[in-house]
Design a protein around this ligand. Structure first.
Ligand code: ZN
Length: 321
């Protein structure tokens, strides 16, 4: 019998939990709601109760469970398992690792959720177990994870790989982090909408403006839909977003020389035009020695990347002991 890994991905509204074999096959996967009242104090007991219930339900023997990996939104301090700041869930300096381990009586390992999405995508998704790998998630924000020489980069205080906060426009839009012009302000879903609103301001006769007048609202997906119908303003937004992403990725590539870069998240659904724009720009900015060994592709695991990565974290920690 294979060993069993438990992967937990804590999000702002739901917690995804998966039971996987150490070969990466999902045995069971489900979600529970994230209870954020009382500064998120219920979250850890909720996870423990749910996992214990599922172990019984699936008749899993305790000794076959290798451990639990958990991804949390926010900054995790090194190997401590402490979530210094949990974005959207109300946590401040919560010792997630120790508390959950005490309640479950199992080894628990903790990592930032974007880093785990990278580990997951590299383990069972489109990374193909690359030694040097970059994953970037373009959602409401922009998340990133970097694997260099087979190690997940975490850095001095858990801030390595925060690709979304690389400055791309020093006088640009205000970012959630308090700085201006981060990649996130351009390449996230919100960034795409901001770019579209700029076009509307400057070109009242644009299709974009007509669309907003008719629908009263605008999402990143609307911009992609208009682009796929050939709207030149929207195509330009995708092109510009791809250009900025290609530039950032070429700079990251200069540091870690990856064989694979994967693009995931809702914005990646802009599809081929965005991917082509990223590749075009990457090839312009990066050294040829970097581009010739590096493939840029879309992510494969979607919302499950975090659960896969959390499960893999357990293997990774045992292997590196
Ligand atoms: Zn920022």
């Amino acid at each position: 019998m294979d060993n069993i890994l438990i992967g937990v991905d804590i999000g702002g509204t739901t917690i995804k939990i998966g039971f996987l074999t150490d070969q990466g096959t999902i045995i069971n996967k489900y979600e529970i709601p994230t209870n954020t009242i009382d500064n998120g104090n219920q979250i850890i007991p909720d996870i423990a109760t749910s996992i214990n219930g599922k172990i019984k339900e699936l008749s899993i023997k305790q000794e076959s469970i290798l451990g639990v990996g958990v991804g949390a939104p926010g900054f995790i301090i090194g190997e401590s398992g402490i979530v210094e700041e949990g974005v959207n869930i109300g946590w401040k300096d919560v010792n997630l690792g120790n508390q959950l381990s005490d309640q479950l009586q199992m080894p628990v390992f903790v990592e930032n959720d974007a880093n785990l999405a990278a580990l997951g995508e590299n383990w069972m998704g489109s990374g193909n177990r690359a030694s040097n790998f970059v994953a970037i998630t373009l959602g409401t924000g922009v998340g990133g994870g970097i694997i260099a020489n087979d190690q997940l980069l975490t850095g001095e205080n858990g801030t390595a790989g925060e690709i979304g906060h690389i400055t791309v426009a020093p006088n640009g839009y205000l970012c959630n982090c308090g700085k201006h012009g981060c990649l996130e302000t351009v390449a996230s879903a919100t960034g795409i909408v901001k770019q579209a609103l700029e076009v509307i301001d400057m070109k009242p006769t644009s299709n974009l403006n007509k669309y907003v007048q008719a629908n009263g609202d605008l999402t990143a997906k609307d911009v992609f839909d208009l682009a796929s119908n050939g709207d030149t303003d929207c195509l330009k937004i995708i092109e510009r977003t791809g250009d900025v992403l290609g530039l950032v990725l070429s700079n990251i590539a200069t540091i870690i020389n990856p064989s694979k870069i994967v693009i995931g998240g809702g914005v990646s659904k802009a599809g081929k035009p965005l991917l082509d724009a990223i590749k075009h720009s990457f090839n312009i900015y990066a050294l040829e020695r970097l581009t010739k060994v590096c493939k840029i592709d879309t992510a494969q695991l979607g919302n499950d990347a975090g659960v896969y990565g959390a499960a893999y974290l357990v293997i990774d920690k045992f292997n590196n002991k």
